[in-house]
Write a new protein. Sequence first.
Lengths: 382, 405
Amino acid sequence: MVYADHNATTALDERVLEEMLPWLKGHYGNPSSVHSLGREARSALDRAREQVAQLVGTHPSQVVFTSGGTEANNSALKGVAHRLPQGRIAISAIEHASVSAPAAALHRFGWTCDAIGVDERGVCTVEAFEQVVQDDTRLVSLMWANNETGSVQPVAEMAARCRELGILFHTDAVQAAGKMVVDFDASGAHLMSLSAHKLYGPKGVGALILDKALDMEPLLHGGGQEKGRRGGTENLPAIVGFGRAAELAHIELVARRRHLLHLRGRFEELLARDLPQAVIFAGLAERLPNTVFLAVPGIEGQTLIISLDQQGIAVSSGSACGSEHTEPSGVLKAMGVDNDLALGAIRISLGKDNTEADIDILAGSLVSQVKQLQRLAASTAW
Amino acid sequence: MKKPIYLDYSATTPVDPRVAKTMCSYLTMDEGLFGNAASRSHQYGWDAEEAIEGARKNVADLIGANPKEIVWTSGATESDNLAIKGVAQFYAKKGKHIITSKTEHKAVLDTCRHLERDGFEVTYLDPEENGLIDLGKLEAAMRDDTILVSIMHVNNEIGVIQDVKAIGELCRSRKILFHTDAAQSAGKVPIDVEEMKIDLLSLSAHKIYGPKGMGALYVRRKPRVRLEAQMHGGGHERGMRSGTLATHQIVGMGEAFRLAKEEMATENERVRMLRDRLLEGVKDIEEVYVNGDMDQRVPHNLNISFNFVEGESLMMALSELAVSSGSACTSASLEPSYVLRALGRSDELAHSSIRFSIGRFTTEADIDRAVELLHQKISKLRALSPLWDMYKEGIDLSSVQWSAH
């Protein structure tokens, strides 16, 4: 089996599991309880907060734990908007559904949502933003890196421009954290979202990083946990796991990056040699080191994915959240990719535990499946 | 350090080892069951989805629901938020009045306060002295523009059980939606959403030996209850709650609920026996008051006020026991319990209360040790209390005019 769908989710690192286990078994206090079991839980929570803060270059007091990236994105956009006068929110045309859907839902509260276009490389530029921004634009959201193409966005530049204009800026760094340097304080962003399960931590936990001076309505009311920013008993085993996963990602970032770039380079070389007609989307942009979003003209993506699955190779057609749909990727549409080509898209997202042998199997199967499908197409066409 | 005796099962429970074992197989690469249930392009995704649907059935079975009526959330706080805000926002055109009670969990109260700031009107019912809601008062509070009644099934501090069946019938007859927070009752009291005419019901995993960070909301399909989602995104959970499903937590909750259904009857008997042993053991201490009705009460809860003893000092003296002076969520504050205040208890009595909550791993020896400690510590603390001396001398403390400094 070769798992190459790490942008959808990653397997939990064994070292992370080890750290989580005691918190599932012996140590089960509620961090809000004052007895010693509760206090023990509290100090584990503080440690995890430090570990996450360190990965993204900020102070622990700016880390709010959530149930995941989706909650972090919803909290950020709705929470901030709720305390601002009604106005406009601008988001890039390639945001994840957990940003675009809450941004659209702000309509209920009298907000208008504008989309900022991307260029053919899949990059949302400040120039494009200038086309969209209006006097009452109060909130902007631009992801750090795209989940489908892996294209890295000019976050610091956009944040700087927003600060000049007095606009609050949020970035979804769910895909970027752990794969590249993500420095919240240096980026100039006001808010940032993270998820643990994309970096070998557990599902069901994430974080909202925010400028602690920011006024925000919590998404979850009740109990006053997380300094009133997020109600609900803290999911301690998962938070401890997130902390450890973040620590490992921080320590191993350079090595992981080097390994992924090497594997991806090998894959793309094999692809160029054996399937020269394949198109790599956002190939001209700076990309996450693990992501290749590609299509072979004339080959339908879904068919290719199913035949790869039968070979024991797990890839996807794009965002897992959109994988029920057979429509072409919205990201590719925004980039102006031709509809037929977009329907051929498959996403390969590598992980730290993939090996050279995996790459050879992956590329080999991809090439042979494509050739088989081409032969099939040729015979039926005739 | 020796661990204290845990008597705080209403704050949280340890994960049952059988549950932990199930969870562990859905995490790492070795077992191959770590997939994203939303991935529809490979086996990893399908396996995760299958496990999640099995768990959904286990949760539905405990409350007499259809699995399709279960929406996964990150816990009861999120379930309460989703139920109340979701209904309020969806039905706002129909009416903007909500009824709840003063003894609800903060997840309900804070959510209602938030809605008040957003233009809704909320009636907070006073419970009777035994902690129960008077149906006549509930009915009197209902108006033509009432869209929702939210009354918890079992109170987290005093453990009293509300007559949700009667409340459900009343709400149904008035065409008002009925939400109940069942975080403290699931697995302890039989629940049947059909028979009780419940429209929305919040569940938590970590109160019944499942993992933290996991809960569910029951949302009735017939007659259909509509909600405005509070977490928008990939459209998971039929659009009612987006976000990648935490497979290991979900299977943990499913296993915990399956075990609860299987073992509830025998476990309740054992726990009730321990609780009665505890009550029996402290009854002979003077000036001890049980808070909340003793009949309409879950077997694992005992909330007692020890008059003339300050709750926080008592808790510190009882460091060998892990107990609480009320809800964990408010225990960082030194305010007296708002639940006990709503019952009409004086500040002094509210301040001197301790909640004992017993559970699956409590033993007779634990209870006996607790009784022994209570006797020792209370007499020691009272020996230091001038108020206790005055009381013993027969002075009516409520008549004393305290001078202000």
